[in-house]
Design a protein around this ligand. Structure first.
Ligand SMILES: Cc1cc2nc3c(=O)[nH]c(=O)nc-3n(C[C@H](O)[C@H](O)[C@H](O)COP(=O)(O)OP(=O)(O)OC[C@H]3O[C@@H](n4cnc5c(N)ncnc54)[C@H](O)[C@@H]3O)c2cc1C
Length: 665
């Protein structure tokens, strides 16, 4: 797709050709985006296209919650949630397909998505990954069929992100061979728990385990909440969390326990058990390591929320882009011609970069799901290092994808003007329902710190592995960069080069073709490496000065988060580049390539202040990047309908009158 070819197309002819030419490209692109899990995506698309599952608006709360419970049962009847569970227990044994099916459900009513996520992913996932064979035999079938609605009760009012400090207790009573579950005070009650306020009959409760006076850290236990008629059991108190910003089809609630007794076998004991003679045993001796191994097995929830956020973003972009192609405002003076919104550069600028980033994240998510699938399909437990890498990748993609959802849905709402504000056009529910995706399954800011800790540990290992000579060279390069950055000479040089070279020239970078993927990749890597080494230096000098480690880390926290973001951006860029390379279909490869460039260059453009500050970009180069992004956005505009059609969102699920494929203008 060349600029010249694009420029020669008039708006009218482009509009006409879109109607006839776009379908095969959109189909090819959809097939490519769907990848190996095409079948499950199509399966879920067919379900959510049914009028019965049309997104809900303005329904009374309890009625909405009951409808969502009913829909969850129908999902169970359909059977696709079973993919998450092993074949020997009647499941489908395909975690990759399960997570992808869940992602596709993210185009439908998001309360249904979250209710299914709680029932199958969180409740079922905890029993599967933390329980033993007898728990699987006893509970998985009823969980898969949704006959046993359950909760995942981890968060407490007083502790959310810091799960290790939960305060609910599970004390073993050896005489009775039972655990006694207690909520010591209000701060320790379970809070925001999905399925708790109305439907849940059992909960996986995370509590501090105490056996024979010794504390063993956080463990999970199965605790019944209600009987079959829905009556809350003795010792359990449940309160409704009430109305929320969104997701009001999910019954979130608070749970407190007073002297609730469960048998010894209620402990989900894959990583720590209490024997019949009352002894605590664990295959992982170190308490900390045991805790993180347990939590790590629950990572599929985080990966699922990331994919669901992306689906909601695709819905918003589909609505806004289709509307932008049809809706006309203003036009050339002295002419009757009115211009579609998407012909305006500013409108293209608002929607094309988020669209490109959505594609980038789609491929990063696909890579993440493939890694998750591989890790959980292996027979053995993962090595600590591999597990940590997967967790960090999931944390990075989830935080980026859900923040991207929040920002993009707002942009799309505004891009549709007043029509975007009408509830029937979905933005109100998309905004409200996805808002909390940045918080649950790990608060994004906290997750980025997890990413940072991972890369800092790797960095330390990398430096530790360097030989003496390499080390001297390494510190030499760092010192050189720092000096260059700080000297006025550098700034002077930049100004001189800017003045004499029309296309820039600093660093040799300005001679590079900005469409060269290696150049873009180098800039992403350079930013990451620079931020990382800077943080490492600050942390090291703080600790060397004898300061408290917690304080030192806290003083660098903003820097730490920048390094983590740069790392994740580079990972996303690489996943996108790999996908473009994989594509062998010439009818869509140029489109993917253009999207890739918009993603890469827009990211650099957004951070040009930083690159400038660090002497890696000149004024002319920054301007040429902006001009290039403008041209690329214009190119993509003519393919915008194909690019959103390829998401394959059924009209029935999209539901917004202004966003339907054949909506009138
Ligand atoms: C609708 C909804 C459904 C939920 N469903 C469930 C469920 O089914 N089961 C369940 O167990 N939980 C559930 N949760 C709880 C959710 O997982 C927690 O809200 C989440 O983990 C964050 O914890 P918190 O609310 O205590 O926030 P906090 O951890 O208190 O965070 C508050 C703020 O402080 C910041 N912050 C925290 N620590 C740091 C730090 N070290 N450095 C810098 N900033 C920091 C965070 O970024 C955040 O902005 C749900 C929550 C909601 C809203």
């Amino acid at each position: 797709m060349s600029d010249a070819a694009t420029a020669s197309r008039t708006t009218e002819s482009a509009t006409a050709s879109r109607k006839t030419e776009s379908a095969p490209e959109a189909d090819a692109l959809k097939r490519f985006l769907d990848g190996e899990h095409h079948e499950i995506r199509e399966h879920v698309r067919a379900i959510i296209a049914e009028p019965d599952f049309a997104p809900v608006s303005g329904m009374e709360r309890d009625e909405y919650r009951d409808l969502i419970m009913e829909w969850t049962r129908r999902m169970a009847e359909d059977g696709h949630p079973k993919l998450l569970f092993p074949e020997e227990h009647g499941g489908g044994g395909n975690i990759g397909a399960a997570v992808t099916g869940f992602e596709t459900l993210g185009h439908a009513d998001l309360s249904l998505l979250v209710k299914c996520g709680v029932q199958f992913g969180l409740f079922g996932g905890a029993v599967l990954h933390l329980g033993n064979e007898s728990h699987h035999r006893e509970y998985l079938a009823a969980i898969m069929s949704a006959e046993l609605p359950g909760c995942f009760a981890m968060t407490e009012t007083g502790h959310g992100s810091d799960v290790q400090r939960l305060r609910t207790t599970a004390v073993y009573d050896a005489d009775a061979a039972e655990f006694v579950i207690d909520t010591p005070d209000e701060d320790a009650r379970k809070d925001y728990i999905g399925n708790a306020a109305r439907h849940g009959r059992m909960a996986v409760v995370f509590a501090q385990l105490e056996v024979d006076g010794e504390e063993h850290g956080v463990h999970a236990l199965l605790v019944p909440l209600r009987d079959e008629d829905g009556n809350v059991l003795p010792g359990v108190t449940i309160e409704d969390d009430g109305d929320k910003i969104g997701l009001n089809g999910v019954d979130n609630g608070r749970i407190a326990f007073e002297d609730v007794r469960v048998p010894r076998t209620a402990l989900l004991d894959r990583y720590g058990t209490v024997t019949e003679d009352g002894k605590y045993e664990s295959p992982i001796e170190n308490k900390n390591r045991r805790f993180f191994t347990m939590i790590g097995t629950l990572i599929q929830g985080r990966v699922s929320v990331s994919g669901a956020g992306l689906s909601a973003t695709k819905s918003a972009l589909t609505i806004a882009i289709r509307y932008g192609l049809r809706r006309k405002q203003f036009g050339p003076p002295d002419s009757d011609r009115e211009v579609p919104l998407l012909d305006y550069l500013v409108h293209q600028r608002r929607l094309m970069p988020p669209l490109a980033k959505t594609y980038a994240l789609h491929f990063a998510q696909r890579k993440l799901v493939a890694q998750l699938h591989e890790a959980f399909s292996a027979d053995e437990d993962q090595e600590d290092r591999d597990r940590r890498k997967l967790e960090a990748f999931a944390a990075g993609v989830k935080s980026t994808s859900t923040w991207h959802a929040t920002a993009t849905i707002q942009t799309c709402r505004e891009a549709c003007g007043g029509a975007g504000y009408l509830a029937e056009n979905r933005f109100s529910s998309l905004k409200a329902d996805t808002d909390v995706f940045t918080t649950f399954e790990g608060d994004n800011t906290v997750l980025l710190q997890l990413v940072a800790k991972g890369i800092l540990t790797d960095y330390k290992t990398r430096i530790g592995d360097l030989g003496r000579l390499d080390l001297v060279r390494f510190y030499g390069e760092q010192a050189y960069e720092t000096v260059v950055e700080r000297t006025l000479a550098r700034q002077l040089l930049t100004r001189v080069v800017d003045a004499v070279t029309p296309n820039g020239g600093d660093d040799g970078d300005d001679d590079r073709d900005i469409d060269d993927r290696d150049f873009e990749h180098e800039l992403f890597c350079w930013r990451e490496e620079h931020l990382l080494s800077g943080v490492a230096r600050r942390l090291k000098s703080g600790v060397d000065d004898g300061r408290d480690q917690f304080e030192v880390f806290n003083d660098c926290q903003d820097h730490v988060l920048l390094a983590a973001r740069a790392h994740v951006d580079r990972q996303i860029l690489e996943a996108f580049a790999e996908a473009v390379d994989e594509c062998e279909d010439d009818s869509i490869k140029p489109l993917l390539d253009a999207l890739f460039r918009v993603y890469a260059l827009h990211n650099i453009e957004e951070d040009r202040g930083w690159f400038f500050e660090h002497g890696r970009m000149t004024g002319p180069r920054a301007k040429s990047i902006t001009a290039r992004v403008n041209r690329l956005c214009k190119e993509l505009r003519d393919h915008a309908d194909v690019l959103v059609d390829a998401f394959g969102i059924p009209d029935g699920a999209l539901a917004a009158p202004i966003g339907l494929r054949n909506a009138s203008s």
